[in-house]
Write a protein that binds this ligand. Structure first.
Ligand code: ATP
Length: 334
């Protein structure tokens, strides 16, 4: 089975080809990089409009080169339906519909956050892991129960990456801020910041404000970065541990762009080792937004007959992971 995936929920204009027989995932991405500030929805959509045709065309060339028959042997087109920025999603949806009609193959509508989880399950071979999605616009723990991925805990305000990026904008660093915080934190001393976990949920907006204030008060930026990482990642690790305990699962996977951070992976790996659980973090190209994860989940959904007609294929900027009937795991125990 060969699936083309198209992703463009926020900053990554991305297309991919997944071949389920060889296991190869070919990804072509073109990131939107704002000149200043954070992600501007209109500018991001303009970027999508220019970049999606190019990345899709590269992937179609790749499909043609690696297939014996005409048309690249493509069985379906999968695309991100949401969550994400409406103007970007609409461009991706239009491109996916047009391509599925041109190739005369089914269309598969994928939830972007479930794709972050499933690429971890795919790579790890884990049966039924809990997933920590630590991305730009989101932060939540997912676990499978009775045919759905349930949200076990989530942010009560901003996404974890967005909180870090807002701090770095305040400091005057360019987007994205996460890698710069990781770099600066290596030379810093821990600076105390508020730790906010309520039950299974977390909040990042107060920490972000306190970090900005500490910087304005003259605390060295490296120390604030160290404190920010240690505090925010300890919160994510605490709730991930509780989710493992609550579900009785001994498998944890990581998803989302913040998952590229080595310190976060170290803290999660250590927690899992201490409780005898297994931990898996996909390689970076599958953690940040990418169409590979859309194509891989698209293949599973196609296999389960979970396709969508063109009239029913509207995008949904607020598409939650627990709205998705998990058709591809039918019959599995919760
Ligand atoms: P979502 O997947 O929820 O739609 P998103 O589209 O913003 O979120 P992702 O690609 O999952 O995108 O994550 C991007 C975020 O990852 C940005 O906030 C960025 O600062 C952060 N990030 C990237 N690398 C690192 C790193 N090394 N450490 C911490 N954060 C990082």
């Amino acid at each position: 089975m060969r699936i083309v995936g198209i992703e463009g929920t926020a900053w990554a204009a991305s297309a991919a080809l997944f071949d389920s027989e060889t296991g190869e995932v070919f990804i072509e991405s073109d990131p939107y990089e704002p000149d200043s500030g954070g992600i501007h929805p209109r500018e991001a959509a303009e970027h999508m409009g220019g970049a999606i045709p190019d990345v899709v065309s590269t992937v179609l060339d790749r499909a043609a080169e690696t297939s014996e028959g005409d048309g690249g042997g493509i069985d379906a087109v999968a695309f991100s339906r949401g969550p994400g920025l409406g103007p970007c999603l609409r461009i991706v949806g239009t491109a996916a519909r047009a391509l599925s009609q041109t190739l005369d193959v089914p269309l598969v509508g994928v939830n972007h956050m479930v794709a972050h989880l499933e690429i971890g399950r795919h790579g790890s071979g884990f049966d039924s892991p809990v997933c920590l999605n630590a991305s730009g616009a989101n932060a939540h723990l997912l676990g499978y129960h009775n045919g759905r991925y349930r949200v076990l805990g989530e942010t009560m305000d901003t996404g974890v990456g967005n909180a870090i990026d807002k701090f770095t904008r305040h400091v005057g660093w360019s987007h994205p801020g996460g890698p710069k915080v990781e770099e600066a934190a290596r030379d810093g001393e821990y600076h105390d910041l508020p730790y906010v976990v309520k039950g299974m949920d977390f909040s990042f907006s107060g920490i972000m404000s306190a970090a900005k204030q500490a910087h304005d008060d003259g605390v060295p930026v490296e120390d604030v970065c160290r404190g920010l990482q240690e505090t925010v990642f300890a919160m994510l690790t605490e709730v991930a541990e509780r989710a493992l305990s609550l579900t009785g699962t001994d498998e944890l996977v990581l998803g989302g762009g913040v998952g590229q951070n080595e310190r976060l992976r170290e803290m999660l790996a250590e927690m899992c080792e201490q409780r005898g659980a297994e931990f898996y973090a996909p390689e970076p190209r599958f953690l940040r937004d990418n169409a590979g994860m859309i194509a891989v989940l698209g293949a599973r959904m196609l296999d389960a007959g979970d396709t969508v007609s063109i009239p029913d294929s509207a995008v949904d900027p607020n598409f939650r992971p627990d709205q998705v009937p998990v058709t591809w795991r039918d019959g599995e125990e919760s």
